[in-house]
Structure formats: structure tokens, C-alpha cells
Design a protein around this ligand. Structure first.
Ligand SMILES: C[S@@+](CC[C@H](N)C(=O)[O-])C[C@H]1O[C@@H](n2cnc3c(N)ncnc32)[C@H](O)[C@@H]1O
Length: 399
């Protein structure tokens, strides 16, 4: 029996709810063995997410309502759902009185995904693990419960989030090694690691993660780009600066690591463009297809999609690149599409070429792709390299 929202829930309820959550995660296949089951059944998620924001879609956009105090029920805490705990890099549920607009910047990821990732990571007893993105500390606690505090390091970029996670971990009886800083730099003092897991998405596997690994280290990270297409990459380090692996099945997405978010797009040129247009077989629906979007992102790694309206005109999809290139998709009355391209490169032509090549291979799913890393490049490719693209070289560019 769940406690009514207004009365404090007895601890036994939490025990029952944790067991039920573990059963539910086992039924979905996210929880695959006794080691992580023991962790799920003992880590009190309510300590890590005592308050959160609930989403509601309104005519004016997505709003977030704070859920605090008695309204934050144990029953909800133990649902397999993501609980958003921070908006806009600093707003906590206790900071606001009522619904607000904002973008999620920290959360307790849904337990099924957290546990599924920990299973995918292939953690073994004695492994030293680095987690990037402590968030609420819930997944850090699962790791500490499984491996012991000494073997777990977790890094969080946001100081206030890190402070709350540290307090929650302490309250729940865990003392892993916690660092406040940019996880893209890893934690060299605690290296080498046997496993690295990121709960924010990245545009590449950062060089420091490879440097802080050893041959055999497994890195699990959600790979993204500025088109916000995502693939869950799992690579094994094979030597200095080298790793190889695959993309896992599924449609997992995480908020991007703070240094990997795109710059504000410059919409000026695209919105003002009035140049010639041409027919295209490829409409914007490709950007709503999980793998199709991933393929377009591979071809256009520095481009963003913006949907915008000028005056009373229709709402149009624009693709904008940092080099000033732009493409605007124009719907036609008969359901076909035309595209207007401008700037130094013909962006939509590049997207068309990539999608045609992908379709020529039978439109393979995300888990058909591989990720190969050497000191010079990150390459996403099909096993026979019939389709292949290099990721932009971010670390080099920064130096
Ligand atoms: C989805 S939340 C983490 C969920 C967490 N594992 C949990 O179970 O509560 C992602 C976190 O990554 C953090 N983050 C984003 N960029 C980061 C970076 N460059 N280094 C470390 N943490 C980062 C965010 O502040 C956020 O708290």
C-alpha cells in the first residue's frame, strides 16, 4: 500500500517499492543479474530526488511544475521515470512557487536506463569506475553499493548539483570520491580507470578519457552532435589514443555535456534568404527519423536545425551551419519539397548524399554502426566502411 501524499511514508513502503522497481526492471531486461538488483533494492532514490519538476505541455510551450514536500510521493520516486531536478543550470524545485518555463539541466535519469547502462558497461568486482555527470548522485550510489566507495569516482560540472549529490550520498551512507569540475577532462588523479560511463552526451570521446584508461577499459557514452541525434556508443580502449566499439540498440538521449552544447544559431541569413530553390526528394521528415537524423548529423556535424516563422509565413525548417551555410525546406501544395540553399556549402545536398548512401545499404539501424578511434580521428562507420564519416576534431581545435 502506498502512503497517501499528505502523510510520511514508512520505510517499509520504500523497501517494497524498491523491490517492485527491481522486478519491473528485470521484466524489461534492463536489470540482468543479482549484483545490480542488490543495489537497486537498497539505494533510497528518495534521498537523491526529494523534489523535482513535472513537465506539462501547454500552448505557450513546455512548463515545469515544482513537486516538493508531501507532494513528492515515494510511489512516484520509484516509478521508472526521469525526475528533472534542475532547470537552466541553476533553478531547483524549491526555488520557484509555481510552474515555470525552462530547459532541464540536471535530473535523476530513469532507473531503467541507469541500470541498463551499468549492465551494458560490464562492470566487474574490483573495477575502478569514473562516472561523468553525478547529477543527483543516485547512479553514483548504485555504483558505490556495487563496488565499494574506494573504486568509484564521480565528477559533476555544476557546483550546486554536486553539493546536493554529495549531501545525499552522505545521508545514504556512501562516500565515493566526488569531484566538482568538467568531466570532459576526466579525473587524472584517480586514473587509470577500468570503466568510464557518461550520463551527459558528448560530441566525441574526449582525449583525456582515453588517456586515463588502459587497454581493455570500456567507455560507455551517449554520442551526440548539434542536430541532437544520439547514439549510445560503447568502445573498448585498445592502446594509447585508440579504441573501437559499437553503437548499442535503442533510442537513448542525454543532455549534452556543457562544453559540447552548440552556439546560439545565427538565423539571419537563412530567414532573409530569397535566392533560387530546387526540388528535393528529402523532406524534413528525415530529421524525425532516429537513424536518419544520425546520418544527416554525420554529414553535417557543425549544423543545427531551427524551426522558425517569419511574419505570417509558414513555420519552416532551417539547417544552419557555423560556416554560414544554410538550407531552408519549403513545403509544396502537392506534398513535395523544395530546398533553398545559401552560403559556402550546399548543406542539403550533403544531407541528400549521405541519406542516399545509407538507404543504398538498406537503411541499417543504429546498432549496425561502429565507432573507431585513433589519435587522429574518430570515425563512425559500417563494418565494411561502405558508409563512414569522421567526427569534427574538437580537442585539437581547442589547443
Ligand atoms: C542526466 S544528469 C545525471 C544523472 C545522474 N547520473 C543521476 O542518476 O542522477 C546529467 C548531469 O551531467 C552534468 N554535466 C553536464 N555536463 C557535464 C560535464 N562537462 N562534466 C560533468 N558533468 C556534466 C549535468 O550538470 C547533470 O547534472
Amino acid at each position: 500500500m502506498n502512503a497517501p501524499p499528505s502523510s510520511p511514508a514508512p520505510a517499509t513502503d520504500a523497501v517494497v517499492l524498491r523491490r517492485r522497481l527491481a522486478d519491473a526492471l528485470a521484466a524489461t531486461g534492463d536489470l540482468r543479474g543479482p549484483a545490480w538488483r542488490a543495489a537497486v533494492e537498497s539505494v533510497p532514490r528518495e534521498v537523491f530526488a526529494p523534489a523535482w519538476f513535472e513537465r506539462s505541455d501547454t500552448e505557450r510551450g513546455t512548463m515545469w511544475s515544482p513537486v516538493v514536500g508531501d507532494a513528492a510521493t515515494l510511489a512516484r520516486v520509484y516509478e521508472d521515470t526521469t525526475l528533472v531536478t534542475q532547470l537552466d543550470g541553476g533553478v531547483a524545485p524549491g526555488d520557484v512557487e509555481g510552474p515555470v518555463f525552462g530547459a532541464p539541466s540536471s535530473s535523476s535519469t530513469l532507473p531503467g536506463l541507469v541500470v541498463g547502462m551499468l549492465e551494458d558497461l560490464g562492470v566487474e568486482d574490483g573495477d575502478r569506475v569514473l562516472e561523468i555527470g553525478s547529477g543527483t548522485g543516485y547512479s553514483t550510489a548504485l555504483l558505490a553499493r556495487r563496488l565499494g566507495d574506494d573504486l568509484v569516482t564521480s565528477i559533476e560540472v555544476d557546483p550546486e548539483t554536486a553539493r546536493r549529490a554529495a549531501a545525499a550520498l552522505k545521508a545514504a551512507g556512501f562516500e565515493p570520491h566526488l569531484v566538482v569540475g568538467d568531466g570532459l577532462d576526466g579525473v587524472p588523479d584517480r586514473a587509470p580507470f577500468d570503466r568510464l560511463i557518461a550520463t551527459c552526451s558528448v560530441r566525441e570521446i574526449p582525449r583525456p578519457w582515453l588517456e586515463q584508461s588502459r587497454p581493455g577499459t570500456v567507455i560507455l557514452a551517449n554520442l551526440t552532435g548539434w542536430l541532437y541525434a544520439f547514439g549510445q556508443a560503447r568502445v573498448t580502449v585498445t592502446g594509447p589514443g585508440r579504441a573501437a566499439g559499437e553503437f548499442l540498440p535503442g533510442t537513448v538521449s542525454f543532455m549534452p555535456a556543457r562544453r559540447h552544447t552548440p552556439p546560439a544559431p545565427d538565423t539571419g541569413a537563412a530567414l532573409a534568404a530569397a535566392g533560387p530553390d530546387r526540388p528535393t526528394e528529402l523532406g524534413p521528415e528525415i530529421l524525425r527519423d532516429w537513424v536518419g537524423r544520425f546520418v544527416v548529423q554525420g554529414a553535417l556535424p557543425n549544423s543545427q536545425q531551427v524551426t522558425a516563422q517569419v511574419g505570417d509565413g509558414p513555420c519552416l525548417d532551417h539547417v544552419l551551419d557555423v560556416d554560414g551555410s544554410h538550407a531552408t525546406l519549403l513545403p509544396q501544395q502537392d506534398g513535395s519539397w523544395r530546398v533553398r540553399e545559401g552560403g559556402p556549402r550546399r548543406l542539403w545536398s550533403l544531407a541528400e548524399r549521405a541519406v542516399t548512401a545509407w538507404r543504398a545499404q538498406g537503411s541499417p539501424p543504429i546498432d549496425a554502426f561502429r565507432l573507431s578511434i585513433d589519435p587522429d580521428r574518430h570515425t563512425i562507420h559500417l563494418p565494411d566502411r561502405s558508409l563512414s564519416w569522421d567526427l569534427p576534431r574538437l580537442e585539437q581545435r581547442r589547443r
